[in-house]
Design a protein around this ligand. Sequence first.
Ligand code: SAH
Length: 224
Amino acid sequence: MTVLHTEGIGMTSRRTRERMIRRLMEQGIKNSDVLDAVRNVPRHLFVDDALASRSYEDTSLPIGYGQTMSQPYIVAKMTELLMLEKPLKKVLEIGTGCGYQTAVLAQLAEHVYSVERIEPLYQQAKSLLTDLHINNVSYLHADGHGGWPEKGLYDGILVAAAPAEMPETLLNQMTVGGVMLIPIGGKRNEQNEQILKRVTRTVSGYDIENLETVSFVPFLTGVN
Ligand code: SAH
């Protein structure tokens, strides 16, 4: 697990971040480990300088290449739902993007394996997290449809882009008792609305819960 040292000035200040944490609590995030992890990650470093002043607002922000980073509430909520009371050992993240969610997960899991299909995003996230001394993350530039079988099985899988259907390969990479958070849906729905699902692997199969309506970028095929 990584402990970040990120005292800052201006919008990086404790007070600005503390306001975001209070808002997350009002929105129903309860897990204090998750709140601490979000509190520790300097979100403004993950966006373009021009957007830094908005980085602690509850909004998704563009990260280039037609992609967006999720709003803080969704990051916190998905992390909380993934944790299910128990500490995480190995987590697989599909869709590294700017690496913000990765940085949050890295403080709560023993190791995070993160896969991204767009090369410059993969490179940038890797170098930013390395600069932040986040050392318990492995990165892969690949199409996440295949997961990362060599490193599994995973007790947590978090998918940050929405496929039309549940990817079978990812289900196979979960431990029994493992949890996957994944938005499903998309193309047919004009609003680009998807349902966030939580899959739990049981001894005999998978339990699937429908959680809430979300809006993620599409889960694409191949690499860029
Ligand atoms: N958690 C990220 C979210 C980025 S948006 C963040 O905090 O920035 C979703 C990401 O999923 C994008 O970077 C997109 O390129 C990536 N993605 C989409 N389809 C993918 C696939 N098949 N394999 C790997 N990454 C994918």
